[in-house]
Design a protein around this ligand. Sequence first.
Ligand code: AHG
Ligand code: MN
Ligand code: MN
Length: 333
Amino acid sequence: MTTLERFILDQERFHPDATGELTNLLYDIALAAKIIASQIRRAGLVNILGAAGSTNVQDEEQQKLDVFANETMKNALNHTGRVCAMASEEDETLIPIPDGYPAGKYAVLFDPLDGSSNIDVNASVGTIFSIYLRRTKEGPGTLEDVLQPGRDIIAAGYVMYGSSVMMVYSAGHGVHGFTLEPTIGEFLLSHPEITTPPVGKYYSVNESNFGRWSSGVQRAVRGFHGDEPDRIAGKNSRYVGALVADFHRNLIAGGVFLYPGDLKNPLGKLRLLYECAPMAFLAECAGGAASDGRQRILDIMPTGLHQRTPLVIGGKDDVDYVNEVIAAEDGGS
Ligand code: AHG
Ligand code: MN
Ligand code: MN
């Protein structure tokens, strides 16, 4: 029985300068995940389903659970002295550390509740997080500490509130999955060293946008339908509508997820900093790949907290195939 704490401590041997701070920070996030999980488990019984009657910076109606998960993440991290600043899907601006508390060496970004539209129908939702070393030297964290490219992530992961609660993370040395044992309230190692197959069984995309995609994206997805068997074998379609759930299935069973840009939203829907970059980091640590259809997600230099990017993520050969078809059909760089 390997607990999350035991495993992370063992992993510290990869980091000669490890101070145990990252261990404690990951543990803080695991605590927040357990608190959020407890509310989700009871969502139908306590008054936490439905809309919160407010909208977030993306002008998306906030669900009560969005707000609860956001407050839980902030309160688990803001007083520990390990974090200098945070950023969240649910906060328009940078989240500073409250006065009176020390600013730490990490910046943490998160999507506190991913897949909000699934909450009221009891389908899987998740939490996504990424951790960077602060850029600025001291004092309160600034935007500079959170507007970093995904290639500088030092650890990232997600929690999936599904048939069981799982926390999947990487600190750059393998991707590891832990399952919450609710009777003891501990995350126990259940999926060590997760790797994702280069060619997957599944493809995941919201096909209702098909008519608005570029011809390159349309051709790539038709390849997944089985229209070009000499080039790529057809795949099975699965789409849960929560990035964490679609990504997790593809990571474990093999698959590719796409949220392309389209005529209406050229940059697509997903946000670079707290959805695409952390998942891209995990995909690459598991032997997979992630692009915006042209360039590596982890190389994108962010300019805004809530900027969006098209996303193609999953098995390396499947992502390469989509990139090649887009380059051939849509041209340009
Ligand atoms: P969030 O609930 O944090 O806003 O994220 C929802 C995202 C992502 O989880 C999912 O892949 C995507 O929205 C689904 O979008 P569509 O409903 O447009 O397919
Ligand atoms: Mn999300
Ligand atoms: Mn969200």
